[in-house]
Write a protein that binds this ligand. Sequence first.
Ligand code: ADP
Ligand code: MG
Length: 260
Amino acid sequence: MKETVIVKNLKKTFVLSRKQRALNKSKEKKKVAVEDVSFVTYPHEIFGLLGPNGAGKTTTLRCIATLIKPDKGEIIVDGLPLHEEIQIKKRIAFLTNELKLEDQMTPAYAFRYYAKFYDLSDAIIEERKEKLFNRFGINEFEEVKIGDLSSGMKQKTSIVVSLAHDPSIIIFDEPTNGLDVITARTVTDYLKELRDEGKTIIISTHIMGIVEKLCDRVGIIIQGKMTLCDTVENVKKLSPNQDIEDVFFDLYQQYGGELT
Ligand SMILES: Nc1ncnc2c1ncn2[C@@H]1O[C@H](COP(=O)(O)OP(=O)(O)O)[C@@H](O)[C@H]1O
Ligand SMILES: [Mg+2]
């Protein structure tokens, strides 16, 4: 099957501002966020990037989404190199907690506003809006200001807005973080539906249970390095108890992580 995303030997370093250095209590002027990360994804799968906080997951996803430039390595998205930024953006959804919709907008307004960037006809926009708002139970609230919505409803609005253009590659950074169980379930069920339709889903998470329940394949990132990448089934087989957590802690110690 053809690869949808190829990440080869990705490296990304940030130059730290004086304020960041003070906060980190560090004299280092640079922070290597991603040292060496490689993986590929295919249609019809949910790929999980699993790793502790600070491992480099968000940085990797931001590079794929063309928001920041890698220092080294190669990334191909749907056959396109990263400098084809506009074409790539048409093919992907990218959602992270850092992206916030304007409080003054309503869900209906936000959806139409962002969908317009993709040159979709009004008829298509309305059709997609109907379908997604129904699926996520947003209809009732579509004319309420986003600032007045519950956090779950805000998150669901961000999700549907990110999917307005029906992208074939969906990149969600910690998609269920901060969601109540019901909303989290709606989101994970929908991601499975999109997978079954043939889309590529890439998520990041620090929660092993999410990988076990949701992902087909997983890449384990520790301190900026891809330490293992395989099907969830094969990763579990590496532990006598079929436990992904055991495999993770073995890798964590092997790759210099400290257990406190
Ligand atoms: N813009 C930035 N400037 C400086 N350091 C950063 C920046 N973004 C991330 N980092 C650092 O890079 C490391 C990896 O961050 P990140 O990719 O957000 O990890 P994760 O998503 O796995 O928690 C962390 O140590 C983080 O503090
Ligand atoms: Mg992150």
